[in-house]
Design a protein around this ligand. Structure first.
Ligand code: PMP
Length: 428
């Protein structure tokens, strides 16, 4: 018996399902979650001391690798000065200035404590600013667990087969329209049905909560045009993609300008952080300059600001984004070649530093329906074979994988060697 097994039993006595976020429980893939003791660079170490090459990276934030010295030292230095003041600090301005510089559509930004808070607040702002109630999201996209957004959501909810959650009043859910990702016609139809009622469209510019599904050419631009036509705000949720798909976000990568952007994960370098920002005129509509209320005791927390700044300053160094994209491509193409070698029907999607593995004989996977047609049993088998060989992939067929700058070519080679064996076990 591993220590993880006994820790899981102990955890289940006092924490629902033994975890503080559902996907960690390995429900989709089966088996016992690995309990982590420590992490460094591309590796995590479990409570028995076993090393894994990590492609989860705390679900995205660890883009530099774990426990990067620049972040660690910024956190230590800042902590010595005090953990939280509930008053403004210079660090908040510095991070806000850097975010505005890196993502030009963000003229002003407000810090919060999680991605959930960022999207929830952005939606309240959009509703307050436009005076409209309806919002439009996409099936399979996850934007955190606030009531309005937990409607046919992805991520843990999808894995658990609960497209929407009990506890979300129907009266809330009825204001959330859900369209098909990569289907612009479905968005057109929604606008035609409710031409004056939609406050905002919110989207993951690369969907990362139904595995990894990039947008088709023109899809994001088409939404932008519809939003302009119907005076609806366009919110691009870059909680996952921001500074990972490109330094100027997926919006920069695909050349589309939103009214509001939500951020999280990387912007906190591993500390709890979220942010939402956009056009000055809209952002000034929140308190204290405007009437839409939004606040937070720990928002702009100095340790989180320091970690985020250190992370972005490191990440923006020349060549880093290209390096992470190259590593991701090397892994993705390597996996595809191995799948071919073993005659395992397989599709791999990847953009920047994120990727998705699909066990399917479909030619491409670009919609939620196509994701749902994939063989999740095969994924689970593959996952466990990789885990046993010391490769830690996302424990769900509905989550994207994340590369970090700490991964080396050797790590990728080792991962591909393990995959060679894993694919071999899947043949029949
Ligand atoms: N938006 C997106 C696109 C996400 O991927 C996530 C989390 N995976 C969230 C929002 C919610 O962020 P958090 O878990 O920090 O609340």
């Amino acid at each position: 018996m591993t220590t993880s097994t006994s820790l899981f039993e102990r955890a289940k006595m006092v924490i629902p399902g033994g975890v503080n976020s559902p996907v960690r429980a390995f429900k989709g893939v089966g088996g016992t979650p690995v309990f982590i003791e420590s992490a460094k660079g591309a590796y995590i170490f479990d409570t028995d001391g076993k090393q894994y090459i990590d492609y989860v990276g705390s679900w995205g934030p660890m883009v530099l690798g774990h426990n990067h010295l620049a972040i660690l030292s910024a956190v230590q230095k800042t902590a010595e000065k005090g953990l939280s003041f509930g008053a403004p600090t210079p660090l908040e301005i510095e991070l806000a200035e850097l975010v505005c510089k890196l993502i030009p559509s963000i003229e002003m930004v407000r810090m919060v404590n999680s991605g959930t808070e960022a999207t929830m607040s952005a939606i309240r702002l959009a509703r307050g600013y436009t005076g409209r109630d309806k919002i439009l999201k996409f099936e399979g996209c996850y934007h955190g667990h606030s009531d309005s957004l937990l409607v046919k959501a992805g991520s843990g909810a999808l894995t658990l087969g609960q497209p929407s959650s009990p506890g979300v009043p129907e009266d809330f859910a009825k204001h959330t329209l859900t369209c098909e990702y990569n289907n612009l016609d479905s968005v057109k139809q929604a606008f035609e049905q409710y031409p004056n009622e939609i406050a905002c469209v919110i989207i993951e510019p690369v969907a990362g909560n139904m595995n990894c599904v990039p947008p088709k050419a023109g899809f994001l631009q088409g939404i932008r045009e519809l939003c302009d036509h119907y005076n609806t705000l366009f919110i691009i949720d870059e909680v996952m993609t921001g500074f990972r798909v490109a330094l100027n976000g997926a919006q920069g990568y695909y050349g589309v300008t939103p009214d509001l952007t939500t951020l999280g994960k990387i912007i906190g370098g591993g500390m709890p952080v979220g942010a939402f920002g956009g056009k000055k005129e809209i952002m000034e509509y929140i308190a204290p300059t405007g009437p839409v209320y939004q606040a937070g005791t720990l928002s702009g927390n100095p340790i989180a600001m320091a970690a985020g700044l250190a992370c972005l300053n490191e990440l923006k160094k020349a060549g880093n984004q290209q390096r992470i994209a190259d590593l991701t491509e090397k892994l993705a193409l390597g996996l595809r070649n191995l799948a071919d070698k073993h005659q395992v029907p397989f599709v791999v999607n990847y953009v920047g530093g994120m990727f998705g593995l699909f066990f399917t004989d479909q030619k491409e996977v670009s919609t939620y329906a196509q994701v749902m047609k994939c063989d999740s049993k095969k994924f689970n088998q593959f996952f466990h074979s990789m885990l046993a060989q010391g490769i830690y992939l996302a424990p769900s067929a509905f989550e994207a994988g994340f590369m970090s700058l700490a991964h080396s070519d050797k790590d990728i080679d080792r991962t591909l060697q393990a995959a060679d064996q894993a694919f071999a076990t899947l043949k029949n």
